[in-house]
Write a protein that binds this ligand. Structure first.
Ligand code: PMV
Length: 328
């Protein structure tokens, strides 16, 4: 009898405005983008296996520790990290007798929501394969819990909400959807991965040390985020670009920038003719985003390549979780 598989895919994301300040309660806006993580589940009687296709690793017969950590896993840090998230899902659902195959187009540790997309897709695929009928709301909530547990961090619900629901989300405490039109943007990646947890901890320490300085900076970031919403809705791209540049200045002031990020940001704004550019996510490495003039995505991509960055075009508001059952 042919093996019946279940597959789920979930998108990565960019943060348009408000990273870091959101951890202290001001609003942030993010959008799902077209890069996706795909998780396929098939029966494997008597065994439990996680295969990370594009990362060249198969984990068999592993055991999962009390915090969801995969025990006796010798491989690259990237693959080990992805496996930890899947193991967190397997443990949460008490799943067994399955093979979980993970494929992802989303660069890891870059602020593009790779771990959230893997958790959301794995949770949906494994639960659906087990015959559990989780709603998208339940997937988003449980995935956020698993991501936080594995990262042992503060983690806002931004990434998991965007991976589950797609579109745009505003996070202010909880996540809520925003109905806004798609925009063409460009993502540029530095070669340096970043660690969200340590970046968030560093910024929060700065806030404790200088509350009278950082408080108003975070408030200004929140105002920028609020002002950005009508600009996206009305297609006021010039103003949106200006707001991105202001947000970038404030991110620099809290130490989230790096020389490599700045090089890409200035290349996009200069030779690339972008209307605005800023880092996206926690900073300290990872990626930046640029808003090209309409029809000028290519100019920005060329400018990024000339500055030794790897860039790709994205459209905001991408589709969220997709589940396919009964695949033969
Ligand atoms: O994981 P990243 O790089 O997308 O950054 C998350 C954004 C922060 O605001 C820095 C942290 C958070 O949980 O919102």
């Amino acid at each position: 009898m042919p093996c019946v598989k279940t597959r789920a895919s979930a998108p990565g994301k960019i943060i348009l405005f408000g990273e870091h300040a959101v951890v202290s309660g001001t609003p942030a806006i993010g959008s799902a983008v077209g890069l996706r993580a795909r998780v396929t589940v098939e029966d494997l009687p008597g065994r439990l296996e996680i295969a990370l296709r594009d990362m060249g690793l198969t984990v068999t017969g592993f055991s999962v520790g009390p915090n969801g950590e995969v025990i006796s896993l010798g491989s690259s840090e990237e693959a080990a990290r992805a496996a930890r998230y899947v193991a967190g899902v397997v443990r949460e659902l008490d799943a067994r007798d399955i093979r979980v195959i993970v494929e992802s187009e989303i660069p890891v540790a870059s602020g593009l929501g790779s771990s959230a997309a893997i958790v959301v897709a794995a949770l949906a695929a494994v639960s659906s394969h087990m015959g559990l009928d989780l709603s998208v709301n339940q997937v988003a909530a449980q995935a956020h819990g698993i991501e936080k547990m594995v990262q042992q961090g503060l983690g806002s619900p931004m990434d998991t909400a965007l991976s589950a629901f797609g579109g745009y989300q505003m996070v202010c405490g909880g996540a809520s959807p925003l109905e806004l039109p798609a925009i063409e943007m460009v993502v540029g990646c530095t070669s340096r991965p970043h660690d969200t947890r340590s970046e968030v901890a560093r910024v929060q320490e700065l806030r404790s040390a200088y509350p009278e300085v950082i408080g108003p900076i975070f408030q200004a970031v929140g105002e920028i985020t609020r002002r950005a919403i009508p600009c996206i809705r009305d297609g006021s791209l010039m103003e949106l670009g200006t707001l991105m540049n202001m947000n970038q200045g404030l991110l620099e002031s809290i130490g989230a920038g790096t020389r490599e990020l700045s090089e890409l940001i200035y290349a996009a704004r200069g030779a690339g003719g972008a209307l605005g550019a800023k880092l996206t996510g926690a900073g300290g490495g990872g990626c930046m985003i640029a808003l090209p003039e309409p029809g000028r995505q290519r100019d920005v991509l060329i400018a990024l390549a000339q500055s030794r960055g790897s860039g790709f075009p994205v459209k905001t508001g991408a589709e969220g979780l997709i589940v396919e059952t009964g695949i033969r």
